[in-house]
Design a protein around this ligand. Structure first.
Ligand code: ARG
Length: 464
C-alpha cells in the first residue's frame, strides 16, 4: 500500500475502487508545468521569509526541474493511488530529497494550490485563444482587398433583403471576434490574481508573503479573502462562457458558409483540402469541417452548463466537487482552439463565385429599400413611400422584371413628382453606393473600416 500524504489519522487502507473513483491525475496531469512553477515560487517565498533555508530552496528547485523534465519526457510513473498531479509531484520530490521535500507544503493546501494552477493554466489558455482569434481576424481582413467591390445578396430571415459588400460581411465577423477578445481580456483580469497562501480556507499562522509569490508568478495581485478564493471558480466559468460564445460565433459563420457553398446558393467554393467525400456517392464534396465546427458548439455550450450546475448550491470553501471543473474546461478549450485553427486557413482558402453571384443579384428586388429612401429624400413620408414602393415591387413581380425595368410612366403613376432620377438608385451597385451612414455597407464606409482593421491588427503582436 502506498502511503498517503494524509494517512496519519487513518487505520484502514483506502479501497482500490475509491482510489480509482477519486483520482484526477488522469486529467489534471495536464497541469504539471503550472504546478511545478507555482511550487518553485512558493519555495522561493518560503526561503525569503525564513521558513526554509536558501540551500533547501535550491534543492527543491533542482528536484522539481528534474521532475518536470521526467514528465515532459514521458518517463514519470503516474499511479491512481496518488490521486492528483499535486500529490505526484510532491511524492516524487520527497523520494528525491527526503525531509527537505517534506517542507514544500508548508503554509499551503491543495485547495489554494489547485486554484493557483488553474489560474496559471487559464491565463495561458486565454492568451492562446486570443492569438487564434487574431489569426482568424487577419484571415477575414486579408480577404477584403481581393474581394473589394464584390456585392453579395444580404439576407434577413434567410430571404433576400439588401445588397451588401463582401468585405462588409467579412468585417462583421471581425467585430464579433473582437468582442470575444475583449471578453477574454476582462476574464483574464479576474483570473490573474494569486490564491496561494489562502491555505485550506482561513489562511495560515506562518509568516508568509503572499505578494512575493504573486509577483513571482506574474499575477497582478493577491485575492483578498482566503475563504472566498479557496472555492472561487468564477474565472473558470467566465472563460468557459467566452469559449461558448466564440463557438456560437463560429457556428453562425459555419452555417452561413455551408449554405453559401451549396449549388442552391453557389456564392463560395470551399477549398477541397477542407472538404471530405462520401463513401457511397462519388460526386459528393461535403463541408464536414464547417459542419463539425457547428456541431462541436453543442459540447462547448454543454460544458458551460456543466460548470454552472457544478457550483450550484455548493457550500462555501473547498468541496471535492470542484475537482470536476477540469474536464469540461479543458474540453472547451481544446475544441474551440481546434476549430479556430481550421477556421483561419479555411477563410483564406475560399473562392467567391463572382460571375454566378453577379448574374443572380438582379433577383429579389434588393434595391427596393434604397428606392424607398430616395422617395423619402424627395419629401414623401416614409410610410407612404414604403407603400408606393411595395406596389411598384408588386408590379415588377407580376411582370417578372427588375425595378429598373419599369417604365418612367410606372414611377410617375406611383407619384407625380418622380422623374428619371429614380434610375440612379436602382440596381445593386447604385443601392450599395447610396449607403452613406456610419458603419454601413457604403463603399467609402467599408474602405474606412478595412483601414481601421488593418491598423488594429498591425498593432497587436505576432504569435504567442
Ligand atoms: N484534485 C483536487 C482538485 O482538483 C485537488 C484539491 C483536493 N483538495 C482536497 N482537500 N482534497 O480539486
Amino acid at each position: 500500500m502506498a502511503e498517503k500524504a494524509w494517512s496519519g489519522v487513518f487505520d484502514e487502507a483506502t479501497d482500490r475502487r475509491v482510489e480509482e473513483f477519486t483520482q484526477s491525475v488522469s486529467f489534471d496531469r495536464r497541469l504539471y508545468a503550472h504546478d511545478i512553477r507555482a511550487s518553485i515560487a512558493h519555495a522561493q517565498m518560503l526561503a525569503k521569509v525564513g521558513l526554509i533555508s536558501q540551500d533547501e530552496c535550491r534543492q527543491i528547485e533542482r528536484a522539481l526541474e528534474e521532475i518536470r523534465l521526467e514528465i515532459e519526457q514521458d518517463k514519470f510513473p503516474f499511479r491512481s493511488e496518488l490521486e492528483d498531479i499535486h500529490m505526484h509531484v510532491e511524492r516524487a520530490l520527497i523520494e528525491r530529497i527526503g525531509d527537505v521535500g517534506r517542507k514544500l507544503h508548508t503554509a499551503r493546501s491543495r485547495n489554494d494550490q489547485v486554484a493557483t494552477d488553474m489560474r496559471l493554466w487559464v491565463r495561458e489558455a486565454i492568451d492562446r485563444i486570443d492569438q487564434r482569434l487574431i489569426d482568424l481576424q487577419r484571415a477575414f481582413v486579408g480577404r477584403c482587398q481581393g474581394d473589394a467591390g464584390v456585392i453579395l445578396p444580404g439576407y434577413t430571415h434567410l430571404r433576400r433583403a439588401q445588397p451588401v459588400l463582401a468585405a462588409h460581411c467579412w468585417l462583421a465577423y471581425c467585430e464579433k471576434f473582437q468582442r470575444d477578445r475583449e471578453r477574454l481580456a476582462d476574464c483574464r483580469r479576474r483570473a490573474n490574481v494569486s490564491s496561494l497562501g489562502a491555505a485550506a480556507l482561513v489562511g495560515t499562522s506562518l509568516p508568509i508573503d503572499r505578494e512575493d509569490v504573486a509577483k513571482r508568478l506574474g499575477f497582478d495581485g493577491v485575492a483578498a479573502n482566503s475563504l472566498d478564493v479557496s472555492s472561487d471558480r468564477d474565472f473558470i466559468i467566465e472563460f468557459a462562457f467566452v469559449l461558448a460564445l466564440v463557438a456560437e460565433h463560429l457556428s453562425t459563420w459555419a452555417e452561413e458558409w455551408i449554405l453559401w457553398s451549396t449549388i442552391e446558393f453557389n456564392v463560395i467554393k470551399l477549398p477541397e483540402a477542407f472538404c471530405t467525400g462520401s463513401s457511397i456517392m462519388p460526386q459528393k464534396i461535403n463541408p464536414d469541417v464547417l459542419e463539425l465546427i457547428r456541431g462541436k458548439t453543442a459540447r462547448v455550450v454543454g460544458n458551460l452548463q456543466t460548470l454552472l450546475v457544478l457550483v450550484k448550491g455548493l457550500p462555501p470553501a473547498y468541496n471535492r466537487d470542484l475537482q470536476e471543473d477540469k474536464q469540461p474546461l479543458f474540453d472547451s478549450f481544446d475544441t474551440v482552439a481546434a476549430s479556430l485553427e481550421l477556421a483561419a486557413p479555411l477563410v483564406a482558402g475560399i473562392e467567391l463565385n463572382r460571375e454566378g453571384i453577379a448574374e443572380r443579384l438582379d433577383r429579389g428586388h434588393l434595391d427596393a429599400t434604397t428606392l424607398m429612401e430616395y422617395l423619402i429624400g424627395r419629401g414623401i413620408p416614409q410610410r407612404t413611400a414604403h407603400g408606393l414602393v411595395g406596389r411598384l415591387v408588386r408590379k415588377a413581380l407580376d411582370r417578372g422584371v427588375r425595378l429598373a425595368d419599369l417604365a418612367i410612366e410606372d414611377f410617375k403613376e406611383a407619384h407625380a413628382d418622380l422623374d428619371e432620377g429614380v434610375y440612379d438608385v436602382l440596381g445593386v451597385e447604385n443601392a450599395v453606393a447610396a449607403m452613406t451612414s456610419y458603419a454601413s455597407t457604403g463603399p467609402e464606409q467599408v474602405k474606412q473600416q478595412v483601414e481601421c482593421w488593418k491598423e488594429r491588427l498591425i498593432a497587436v503582436g505576432e504569435n504567442v
